[in-house]
Design a protein around this ligand. Structure first.
Ligand code: V1P
Ligand code: CA
Ligand code: ZN
Length: 397
């Protein structure tokens, strides 16, 4: 019924334009597009390119980005350069550039960068619509914080919203799932007034000891879209706020229990899964203690639902672990098992040799980096699940 009858398994496509790698946010900025170079090298070194259809998508154009974003914002984004940027220009500030922490810097080739990652998400969506593949992967996308006229949290254009818009041309109900450690606020907001998209985000939520909320500060359990009963989007968002240090067993249980129930109640015709790798243990920005295989088990769970699936990237700030995770998850999609010893003929092997605890292997123990004490008790998570189930009862079936 969903075109997944192939007895040998799933047909997987990989959408990637290598030009995206060469963009730099600045040396002290945590977002490193070259993590995509590492990812691609690992994928190639394991021979996974022979198990998928590879696409080198063209960049998206202005009108395509305009599917979601305002023309005025896009004009500004297409024209701004490090040379002509005026940091005290009211528009510069209003559109979210710069700011106190310089989350969204203006760098060389910015327009090219956003067009490339969005082009790849569009290509993935078209591949599902044309039934060319069951699972379409774009590790360069997943920029979930961008709003229609605002850059936010390293995201300038929301490729996810645009890909979902394309899926909505043929599918009545699309489910969006987000396992990035941050709340998928941009996607949630974009579809807050429709019942044709259900958004589900798992994320760190809370205030630190200095009184700062974890970015972006939204996504508590009681935020479930508009409250107005006349709004079609009512109760079509579910947020799962998690505290520091969650472990593999807890996360896998939470994810499987909640997503299974959402699938049962919403019965989506296609799924978009944002697989941000900043939910791994030892991430520079994240707070969780997850290992690569636990993160990957979420992809296995979603794959098992047997719906057309777009798998996209997102955050992830320890580049070699991002590459390991997305390589493992590519293998999960095609149904391959990878050996733990890294192939010895990869160009960037050096990058994986110097790890404190992961030298030369694909699956280092990231839980043992013990960066964050586990503040999640099993009892608190059970309560959270109960609340999530209660929230789902507000959705009209
Ligand atoms: O916390 C903030 C700012 C400070 N303001 C009061 C808000 N920004 C965060 C942004 C995190 C963005 C995550 C993106 C994604 O979800 C999707 C790609 O992963 C932030 C942080 C932090 N530790 O949360 N910005 C920076 N760190 C930063 C550090 C160095 C240079 C530039 C930005
Ligand atoms: Ca999330
Ligand atoms: Zn993130």
């Amino acid at each position: 019924e969903y075109g997944l009858e192939r007895p040998q398994g799933y047909s997987v496509s990989f959408h990637y334009n290598p030009h995206v790698e060469y963009h730099h946010f600045g040396s002290s900025h945590p977002m490193k597009p070259w993590r995509l170079t590492l990812t691609k090298q690992l994928v190639l070194s394991y021979g996974l390119e022979y198990t998928m259809d590879l696409y080198e998508p063209r960049p998206a154009n202005f009108n395509e980005l305009n599917i979601f974003h305002d023309r005025e914002y896009l004009s500004y984004l297409s024209e701004i350069t490090p040379q002509n940027a005026k940091p005290d220009d009211p528009q510069y500030i209003a559109y979210g550039f710069g700011g106190d922490s310089n989350d969204c810097p203006v760098f060389d080739g910015l327009w090219n960068y956003v067009s490339l990652y969005t082009g790849a998400s569009m290509s993935a969506a078209y591949n599902l619509l044309n039934k060319q593949s069951d699972i379409a992967i774009n590790w360069s996308g997943g920029l979930h914080h961008a709003k229609k006229n605002l850059a936010s949290g390293f995201c300038y254009v929301n490729d996810i919203v645009i890909a979902i818009q394309l899926l909505l041309t043929q599918h009545q109900r699309v489910l969006y799932i987000d396992i990035d450690v941050h709340h998928g606020d941009g996607v949630e907001q974009a579809f807050e007034s429709t019942d044709r998209v259900f958004t589900l985000s798992f994320h760190k939520y809370g205030i630190d000891r200095h009184g700062w909320p974890f970015f972006p500060g939204t996504g508590n359990i009681d935020e479930m879209g508009p409250k107005d009963p006349a709004n079609r989007g009512k109760a079509h968002s579910l947020n799962i706020p998690i505290d520091d240090g969650i472990d593999d067993h807890q996360y896998k249980y939470l994810f499987k229990t909640v997503t299974s129930k959402v699938i049962e109640k919403y019965n989506p015709q296609a799924i978009v899964l944002q697989s941000g790798a900043d939910s791994l243990g030892g991430d520079r920005l994240g707070r969780f203690n997850l290992n690569i295989k636990a993160h990957g088990s979420c992809i296995e769970t979603v794959k098992s639902f047997g719906r057309p699936l777009i798998l996209i990237g997102g955050g992830g700030y320890t580049p070699r672990n991002v590459a390991r995770t997305w390589c493992h998850e590519t293998a999960v999609c095609v149904g391959a098992t990878l050996h733990n010893d890294l192939p010895t003929h990869i160009p960037y092997l050096q990058a994986f040799q110097g790890d404190e605890n992961g030298g030369g292997i694909l699956y280092p123990d990231l839980h043992n980096t013990k960066r964050h004490d586990n503040l999640n008790t099993d009892a608190a998570l059970q309560k959270l699940i109960e609340k999530a189930m209660e929230n789902l009862r507000y959705m009209e079936g």
